[in-house]
Design a protein around this ligand. Structure first.
Ligand code: ADP
Ligand code: MG
Length: 553
């Protein structure tokens, strides 16, 4: 038992094993002071309450051979006993056959007398003062906001593995999470991942009609995370981690996501229980799956096919959308190159191609023109170079932000209202001060909405309010409170990304020239944007010559 999140996990898994369709979770002090989990499952007989909190008491294994084919989530009979050892626990339950509920209390492992209680069919476990009798462990509990982020993450993993379970979470009197009973994984995902995800989501299914296989919902590359925790896996209703399977999902996005980014989504696997060994890890989060390699391969191929099949063009960053106005659909063709323009206006001097002077370390660059309002074609040191206008601008903003460490704030004339997911709201609470110093002033707006009053700005460009939800997701992924520099870098990266020149923006060669000059001035110009995408690609003259079979040139 590490903290509130692992207590919540055990209790809710017990509810699922008891056939519950609904659980309500209450947290006080992020769960360190109190955790209550109430369900509508099939309860515990009064005579068996004592047994439930004893070590190695489980009602879930009757035949030792069952161990090979575990279908319930718990089966060791340890969780309730372990929680009762280190807290003040109250267990109240009513099975359908009883006319009233009965309860017991346990304090530091000592079981008190049974009492009568009032309750509808189901079970309530109330855990107070976690680790009150082990101060050394209590000291390691984190701030309420940080524990709360962790609890919500845990509940979301469980919910994505069991979309048919309705989960409500309160902190004190405030509702902080609501995950309604969903008929489909696709629907459950909308409650967990938020609106950006919904607009980018697609489904995958294992080929064939066999009930054994996988079903998943993932986001197209426009939505991504900085770590692999956005890929939620489950096997037979149990949330698991598997490097092999996560890697397979990620591998499917090759060339669609930069190396430092990870896809987001949920994959549910349904396998013959005899193929799954849940005894390899004490919390049963890691499991051994027979034939995991083949499964991973099939998963990668299905995800790849769904991704590539559905989105021939979405591998480019989405064009800038401001408010609801769409980008005017100009044909994506080659902007006139100065040389061609010279031909049309035969008698005029062609405008000089902008040239960025070299430095000791970097050769000069002559800009020739832009392709697709994204890639600039240029000549440098006798080679052809291509420059990604968004990545270049983003890199420069990021470096300058980190160097100065300051982010100006720009008040929004029209404060923007945004819906946030439960997890995003919790991450906001946990990082409010840091976000404020980074330029985001945010206030609650009732329900799941917040109002963004100001955003970070930099030299006339400003971050968009809608960059906030993905930023909060990344902050929540960190789990533990991040070191300030780490946060500052992530905020800077996010602000830079959203304040930078976008793919699809029409900019002049002069503007890009200024960006490149700034890039050259940077102490150690990194040729990758903060997200790890390349900024400049060099195509050696010799390659071009090779294409045209001028091998000797
Ligand atoms: P395990 O889940 O491994 O059996 P636990 O210590 O988590 O062990 O729970 C012990 C027993 O208590 C379970 O086997 C079950 O019979 C009973 N129990 C615990 N929680 C619930 C619940 N929410 N509803 C019904 N029975 C429960
Ligand atoms: Mg259990």
């Amino acid at each position: 038992m590490e903290g509130p999140a692992s207590v919540v996990k055990e209790l809710v898994e017990n509810s699922i094993d008891a056939g519950a369709t609904e659980v309500e979770v209450l947290l006080e002090g992020g769960g360190s002071d109190r955790i209550v989990v109430a369900d509508d499952g099939d309860g515990i007989l009064p005579a068996e309450l004592d047994l439930a909190v004893q070590r190695h008491a489980t009602s879930k294994l009757t035949d030792p051979d069952d161990l090979a084919q575990v279908s319930s989530l718990g089966f060791r009979g340890e969780a309730l006993a372990a929680i009762a050892q280190v807290s003040k626990l109250r267990l109240v339950s009513r099975p359908p056959e009883a006319s009233s509920a009965a309860g017991i209390t346990v304090e530091g492992g000592r079981v008190g007398a049974r009492f009568e209680a009032a309750r509808a069919v189901g079970t309530t476990v109330d855990v107070q003062d976690l680790f009150y009798n082990t101060p050394a462990r209590r000291k390691f509990l984190r701030t309420p906001a940080a524990e709360q982020v962790e609890v919500l993450a845990t509940l979301e993993r469980i919910y994505l593995a069991h979309p048919d379970l309705a989960v409500r979470v309160r902190s004190g009197t405030a509702e902080i999470g609501r995950y309604p009973r969903a008929a489909k994984l696709e629907e459950a995902a909308t409650w967990v991942f938020g609106p950006e995800f919904v607009s980018a989501q697609f489904s995958v299914r294992s080929p064939g009609t066999s009930p054994v296989g996988f079903h998943g919902v993932l986001a197209r590359p426009t939505v991504s995370r900085g770590t692999s925790v956005g890929i939620q896996l489950s096997v037979n209703g149990r949330a698991i981690v598997s490097r092999t399977l996560s890697q397979a999902v990620r591998a499917a996005y090759q060339d669609y996501l930069p190396r430092t980014r990870f896809p987001v989504g949920a994959i549910r696997l349904t396998l013959d229980p005899s193929r799954v060994d849940v005894n390899v890890h004490p919390t049963k989060r890691e499991v051994r799956i027979q034939g995991e390699r083949d499964l991973a391969d099939a998963l990668r191929r299905s995800v790849r096919a769904a991704l590539v099949g559905g989105t021939q063009v979405a591998d480019l960053p989405a064009p800038r959308r401001s408010g609801t106005a769409a980008v005017p659909e100009k044909p994506r063709t080659v902007a006139p190159l100065p040389a061609l323009r010279g031909q049309q206006q035969r008698l005029e001097e062609p405008p000089p191609a902008p040239r960025i002077a070299g430095t000791g370390r970097h050769p000069a660059v002559t800009l020739l023109g832009a392709l697709f309002r994204l890639y600039w074609v240029a000549e440098s040191d006798g080679d052809l170079v291509l420059i990604d206008q968004h990545a270049a601008s983003e890199r420069v903003l990021y470096d300058e932000l980190r160097l100065t460490g300051r982010l100006a704030r720009q008040e929004l004339m029209d404060p923007v209202r945004l819906p946030l997911t439960a997890r995003q709201r919790t991450a906001l609470e946990a990082n409010r001060e840091l976000l404020r110093s980074a330029g985001f002033v945010i206030e609650p707006f009732g329900g799941d909405q917040v109002r963004v009053r100001s955003v970070p700005s930099y030299r006339g460009r400003r971050a968009e309010a809608r960059s906030l939800p993905p930023l909060l997701d990344e902050l929540a992924d960190g789990g533990r409170p991040t070191v300030p520099e780490g946060l500052a870098e992530r905020v800077a990266a996010s602000v830079a990304c959203h304040a930078a020149v976008r793919a699809g923006d029409e900019i002049t060669a002069e503007e890009l020239g200024r960006v490149l000059e700034a890039l050259y001035r940077t102490e150690a110009p990194a040729y990758a944007c903060p997200h790890g995408r390349p900024v400049i690609v060099r195509l050696p003259r010799s390659r071009l010559d090779g294409w045209f079979l001028r091998r000797g040139a």
